[in-house]
Ligand binder design. Structure first.
Ligand code: LLP
Length: 436
């Protein structure tokens, strides 16, 4: 057994308890593979993040990044906490509206926003973080046709190195995102936007990457953005929203460091304060777009052990009923997710194992060279920290229906996403007439 994060415990039967519910009972009641989300943990994470900044700066908007987990119940919890929304597609925007988050508390990000998506955003007064000149022109055209003024910010590329997986680092100069700062493109775009009739220029945005556990890159980005805010003010453009994106990481491995939101807030706010005073700027609203920090550690994946296979001098293979179809992060990024046996949570981890899923690919594993208690068919594996980028990135590879998701709170449990069934896999398929 490991040191569990504080929102987990073990009961007298030696079972893992999440949100007051026995994981073994949840698996029996709802079947496996099963995503389980702890409602109180989502609320606590949001509150801690919000307070870290709100206690240090008077105007703060925390926009939950729906891409981490756009399930409606999760969105509803965060709406209840007062969160805004960072949406990266029209459908995420619909989800956020659907749970009652007003458009003027949303930001819309991405390098390819389609015209219908932009129209939805403009109609609902969403702050659009523009990623290119062509997008800016498209917005001007649409807003004019709709008889509206579109609220926009510019996504800039601050060229900040981030110590994370290259697939999720977005702030380097060669990344596909944002206007280049160093060459002056960002300033030129501000000039152009400010002359457009149907555009209200209100913000600046950057997102340097994800799963960052070091405060340095956030501070560097804040400095670069604030320098630009001061530059832009010389053009008579006062930016009301300074949006530093998301990216605060969480400890996935037991010995990973923790990056406290208070530490990030302390550094960022002191940069903002200094520049605001030195350059005599109006105090902007600070916007943040955390996804992973809010939901990752609130979720676990429960998977049933089916078979075990011992081999001489090598880790024992343990096959569970969830693989890269249910959780792709290990296969895609080599990501580490901690694994335990939920029904043997107090037992010693003494067997060296590889944990594999049921798919016909060697990349289909959840963890390699891990230590678990001696595993047998029927045991229940628990994979931790899957509340962000888990079920939302799942697939139907090898015609595996996607798992269900259950919300737990003080011992109560209810389905928030149904398990897919065979009909869901074939529902959209059609056999052309000439084959019939
Ligand atoms: N804002 C923008 C513009 C983003 O692109 C992202 C994430 C976020 C906010 C939220 O970042 P967070 O706070 O969650 O780090 N699938 C990958 C993560 C991709 C993140 C993409 N952008 C993973 O599983 O690690």
């Amino acid at each position: 057994m490991l040191m569990l994060k504080q929102h987990f415990s073990a009961n007298t039967q030696g079972h893992l308890v999440i949100g007051g519910a026995d994981a073994v009972e949840l698996a029996e009641r709802f079947g496996t593979p099963l995503y389980v989300v702890d409602e109180q943990r989502v609320r606590e994470n949001y509150q801690r993040f919000y307070r870290a900044f709100a206690e240090r700066w008077s105007s703060v908007l925390v926009c939950y990044a729906l891409k981490a987990n756009f399930n409606l119940a999760i969105c509803k919890i965060l709406q209840g906490e007062g969160a805004g929304a960072d949406v990266s597609s029209g459908n995420e925007l619909r989800n956020a509206l659907g749970v009652g988050i007003p458009g003027n508390r949303m930001v819309f990000n991405g390098n390819y926003k389609s015209l219908p998506e932009l129209e939805l955003a403009i109609t609902n007064n969403v702050l659009i973080n523009v990623d290119s000149l062509q997008e800016l022109e498209a917005i001007e055209g649409l807003a004019s046709r709709l008889g509206k003024r579109a609220r926009i910010g510019l996504r800039v590329n601050p060229d900040v190195k981030t110590p994370t997986h290259p697939y999720i680092a977005t702030g380097l100069r060669d990344s596909k995102f944002g206007f280049d700062v160093a060459s002056g493109q960002a300033i030129e775009a501000y000039k152009l936007a400010s002359r457009m009739q149907n555009i209200e220029v209100v913000g600046i945005h950057s997102h340097i990457g994800s799963q960052i556990l070091d405060v340095g890159p956030f501070e560097e980005a804040a400095k670069k953005l604030m320098a630009l805010v001061a530059e832009v003010k010389k053009l008579n453009i006062n930016l009301k929203f300074v949006d530093l994106g998301g990216g605060i990481g969480i400890p996935y491995k037991p010995d990973d460091p923790e990056l406290k939101p208070e530490e990030v807030a302390e550094h960022i706010v002191s940069v903002v304060k200094r520049v605001v005073e030195e350059k005599n700027l109006a105090r902007p609203t600070l916007v943040f777009e955390p996804g992973r920090y809010i939901v990752a550690d609130s979720g676990v994946l429960l998977a049933r052990v089916g078979y075990t296979k011992k081999r001489p001098d090598m880790p024992t293979w343990i096959a569970v009923d969830a693989g890269m179809n249910a959780l792709i992060r290990p296969a895609l990024y080599g990501a580490y997710h901690h694994i335990e046996l939920a029904n043997k949570i107090r037992e010693k981890n003494e067997q060296l194992v590889n944990v594999a899923g049921p798919l016909c690919e060697s990349g289909d594993f959840l963890g390699k060279e891990r230590k678990l208690p001696a595993a047998e068919p029927g045991d229940l594996a628990v994979i931790f920290d899957v509340g962000a980028y888990g079920l939302v990135m799942s697939s139907q590879h090898t015609a595996q229906p996607r798992p269900a998701m259950v919300l737990v709170n003080r011992g109560k449990a209810e389905i928030i996403r149904k398990r897919e069934c065979y009909e869901d896999l074939t529902r959209l398929d059609q056999i052309p007439g000439w084959l019939k």
